[in-house]
Design a protein around this ligand. Structure first.
Ligand SMILES: Cc1cn([C@H]2C[C@H](O)[C@@H](COP(=O)(O)OP(=O)(O)O[C@H]3O[C@@H](C)C(=O)[C@@H](O)[C@H]3O)O2)c(=O)[nH]c1=O
Length: 194
């Protein structure tokens, strides 16, 4: 697979990351005197890029500077792919590979996502996800390929996987302070090549 590719209509540029199946997507941004127009999903384009095309849920969070949310994932059979992007502000986005047998098991990546660039991170099932807010406020939108299931919603401690976070003293939810460390986690995910 080449490092950068596009769908036939050129709506999205997909850039490979260090983690197999995890892509940075850069949508085409159409600017004019009023501002900008950005398409964040197109089923045909996503199919051409080999990405999930069904997203039964979409939601967003609003967070202030210094917040870290994560690391989160849903376990099988409610595991899901996730598309993440910012519509206001900037975040340091992070993904951790917890797929047993993956050539990059235990490795993570961080990538800045911003409303200005409009870039998005596509995470296949088996990656834990989190982010740190870099601006005053960040509004982060998600699309997930399976519905929210509290019984399958799981997490790992934000500071247990060697992710070089932007802050060492984040604002965390109570839940995020109680996740197990990565080293103690027996992952139910098994790698299948993308
Ligand atoms: C994710 C989610 C949460 N909730 C509820 C549970 C809780 O009362 C409240 C806030 O949930 P959380 O504290 O889990 O929210 P948050 O920490 O923002 O969770 C998110 O974190 C990032 C890193 C992700 O990757 C997302 O998929 C999601 O897990 O909203 C739903 O009702 N539906 C949902 O889909």
């Amino acid at each position: 697979m080449s490092a950068t590719r596009s769908d036939p209509a050129g709506l999205f540029e997909a850039r490979a990351t260090a983690l197999p199946g995890c892509l940075e997507l850069r949508p085409r941004i159409i600017g004019d005197g009023r501002g900008r127009f950005v398409k964040v999903f197109h089923a045909g384009a996503f199919a051409a890029l080999g990405l999930a095309t069904e997203y039964p849920e979409e939601y967003y969070s609003v967070s202030k500077a210094g917040v870290i949310r994560g690391l989160h994932f849903q376990v099988p059979p409610m595991d899901h792919a996730k598309l993440v992007f910012c519509v206001a502000g900037r975040i340091q986005d992070a993904a951790l590979d917890i797929r047993r047998g993956s050539p990059t098991y235990g490795r993570s990546l961080t990538l800045e996502l911003s409303a200005e660039l409009g870039n998005m991170l596509y995470l296949p099932s088996g990656l834990a996800h989190g982010f740190c807010v870099l601006d005053e406020t960040a509004v982060v939108v998600y699309q997930t390929s399976r519905p929210y299931s509290p019984a399958h919603d799981s997490g790992l401690r934000w500071d247990s996987a060697g992710i070089p976070w932007h802050t060492a003293k984040p604002i965390l939810s109570e839940r995020d302070q109680g996740h197990p460390p990565f080293a103690d986690y027996v992952s139910p995910f098994v790698f299948t090549p993308p």
